[in-house]
Design a protein around this ligand. Structure first.
Ligand code: ZN
Length: 337
């Protein structure tokens, strides 16, 4: 390296950066293919992001940028050439994808591929600051929303910067006023802690007391007869059997047994999915194949792995047809088992 002349050194860097851009494009294409095949689920990861961080080893921000940029290339394939030539960078592609998704969520309407392509054209060859400025003009409702900064400051302390709406902030102030004559700690962190406790006591199955009443319902017939029928609004018109809810005491028992974590394991590596989000009760032997609600037939899976198990049992093509009406599902229930 030290023997290179100045001219050759500069030429070498130019050449390496060109190669880096080509490799980046290749990586994004491969990430898209892994996501299309959902291979991360087979390997015991709950999402493509989870896989990129925990298996591939990217930092969270690097994984997020690549995941979002890959999705942008999927939506606008011609942007791949612009990435390779340096006209569009990874960060800008990721930012545009993030804003598009946020805006689609806000309006409930999809942005067309044509419009996405036009947005990308607006930020070609821009510096990061200039791209942000132009994107803020295009997405005035979502680009200005400040991100929440979370930072670990010690082993048992985390600093979280949160932006409240005026209305939310007034609620916080009102609680502080009501408690001002007491000795209760009215710091923001303590009040939020108290509110979180109230929520978790109500909603977290791991906190709920499990009454030792599993045994009396331990036969299929008893478990079936104890169930309430699924609400009418949640019925799905399929050839599979409609789902009935699992008894709350059995649900709590199964959640406690799982430790509040997805129980899927990759058979080859033994890697257990670490997801604690979107957990659902899964029937090991699907209900459509005669499985019942006895505790031994139940386990906790994240949505990704609940879906994967359903695909294994019924075939991907059939399950794909059930994925769209997800809003019809009863919260926390597997609709296809
Ligand atoms: Zn999982």
């Amino acid at each position: 390296m030290l023997t290179l002349s100045n001219d050759n050194l500069i030429t070498a860097v130019r050449s390496l950066v060109k190669e880096e851009r080509r490799i980046t494009r290749d990586i994004l294409d491969h990430i898209n293919e892994v996501e299309r095949r959902r291979l991360f689920a087979d390997l015991g990861f709950s999402s493509i992001f989870d896989w990129l961080v925990k298996d591939i080893g990217y930092s969270e921000s690097a994984a997020y940028r690549r995941m979002q940029a890959a999705r942008m290339l999927r939506a606008v394939p011609e942007a791949a050439g612009k990435l390779e030539s340096g006209v569009l960078g990874l960060t800008v592609l990721s930012k545009v994808q993030t804003l598009i998704r946020a805006d689609e969520k806000r309006t409930g309407e999809k942005i067309s591929a044509q419009e996405k392509s036009e947005i990308l054209t607006k930020v070609e060859s821009c510096s990061g600051r200039e791209a942000e400025h132009r994107l803020a003009q295009h997405f005035p409702h979502v680009a200005a929303v400040p991100t929440e900064k979370i930072r670990a400051i010690s082993e048992d302390q985390v600093s979280a910067q949160v932006t409240f709406t005026r209305e939310q902030f007034e609620k916080l102030k009102r609680i502080q006023e009501l408690l001002s004559h007491t000795h209760v700690d009215t710091s923001n962190a303590s009040l939020l802690d108290a509110a979180m406790d109230v929520f978790l006591e109500k909603k977290d199955p791991l906190r709920k007391t499990v009454k030792p009443r599993i045994a009396p319902c331990d036969t299929a017939a008893e478990a079936e007869s104890a169930e309430s029928v699924r609400p009418k609004s949640a019925k799905i018109s399929t050839s599979l059997r409609p789902v009935q809810t699992v008894k709350p005491s059995i649900r709590n028992h199964v959640f406690k047994k799982s430790g509040g974590q997805c129980e899927y394991r990759d058979q080859k590596t033994g890697h257990r999915c670490s997801s604690r989000h979107f957990l659902e009760i899964d029937h090991i032997r699907p209900r459509a194949l005669g499985g019942t609600n006895v505790p031994e037939n139940l386990r906790v899976l994240c949505r990704t792995h609940n879906l994967l198990m359903a695909e294994c049992a019924f075939g991907r093509e059939k399950i794909e047809t059930f994925r769209k009406p997800r809003t019809n599902l009863v919260s926390g229930q597997c609709s296809i088992s």
